[in-house]
Design a protein around this ligand. Structure first.
Ligand code: SAM
Length: 290
């Protein structure tokens, strides 16, 4: 019986056998820590009725574990040099399909229809390329595909921002965007030595569980995200100053009154507002045609 793909000796053998060279520009750091893989798999809550989408399988360290835990695994990999390696190492697993594509250019609705028909639920489980973490997570959330959990390895600071509560310096528009759609939880932190090659940053695994409906309800969702972004445009400025740059300087007094009517002191900073306060402010601004 061969060792896990992620066992460091086997990973090195596979890389040597295929003469693979790492591309830093594609965020290629492969997991060699079996304990971290156990934690990722446990967090993903898979079983044989469920499907898993993996983004960036690399040489298959996580793919192999997903194949053992889920009914169907689809892995999307951008680097064509990895396809023959994946074909070789994953040949024992019949429930895995590898697609050569850039996840950011992939039609997710279509992928879901083609790959996960018949699965009781689908989760995204991945060790993400850090250079595109935020666009990938936002695409998964905004494309509104039916997914249960997103369990992903990200840079530690990004994990802190995604899971942050109001009041701290990590809390910002990314925290709000993620928490609008999901419950966000830290699974574990991961030292650089858990990868080959070791990245320059610490990493963490987070688990996002999709809410049945968004955390707050707003009449105009696009305006909500515009208001959030505008509120954080200059973090050291007050809310009323940031928002009047968005709604028009001439409406500053009107905005200050509107905020006060919403129970939000105009001189507060965006990082202190909860999602529901942002929702209340957005609806009031929509009413005034701002
Ligand atoms: N899953 C493997 C592991 O845990 O060992 C590899 C993870 S490595 C951090 C990220 C992987 O994502 C690499 O295989 C890289 O080629 C791939 N990748 C980078 N950008 C991508 C993109 N836009 N779409 C799909 N895959 C991508």
């Amino acid at each position: 019986i061969s060792k896990d793909i992620a066992a460091s000796g086997r990973t090195r053998d596979i890389i040597r056998k295929h003469g693979f060279t790492f591309k830093k520009s594609l965020g290629q750091n492969f997991l060699i820590d079996l304990n971290i893989l156990d934690q990722i798999i446990a967090a993903a809550e898979l079983d044989e009725t469920r499907g898993a989408l993996e983004i960036g399988p690399g040489i298959g360290a996580l793919t192999e574990r997903l194949a053992k835990a889920a009914g169907k695994v689809t892995a999307v990999e951008i680097d064509n040099r990895l396809l023959p390696i994946l074909k070789d190492v994953l040949s024992p697993y019949e429930n895995v399909e590898v697609i050569h594509s850039d996840i950011l250019k992939t039609d997710l609705q279509q992928l879901w229809q083609e790959q996960f028909d018949g699965c009781s639920a689908v989760s995204v489980v991945a060790n993400l390329p850090y250079y595109v973490t935020t666009p990938i997570v936002m695409k998964l959330l905004e494309d509104r595909v039916p997914l249960e959990h997103i369990v992903v390895m990200v840079q530690k600071e990004v994990a802190e921002r995604m899971t942050a509560s109001p009041g701290g310096k990590e809390y910002g528009s990314l925290s709000i965007a993620v928490q609008y759609y999901c419950e966000a939880k830290l699974v574990c932190t991961v030292p650089a030595g858990s990868f080959i090659p070791a990245p320059n940053v610490d990493s963490a695994v987070i688990k996002l569980t999709r809410r049945n409906k968004p955390a707050v309800s707003v009449t105009d969702e696009a305006l909500f995200f515009d208001v959030v972004r505008a509120s954080f445009a200059q973090r050291r400025k007050t809310l009323v100053n940031n928002l009047s740059a968005f709604a028009g300087k001439e409406r500053k007094t009107e905005l200050a009154e509107l905020l006060a009517d919403c129970g939000v002191k105009p001189e507060r900073r965006a990082e202190t507002l909860s999602l529901s306060e942002f929702a209340t402010v957005t609806d009031a601004m929509a009413d005034k045609g701002m």
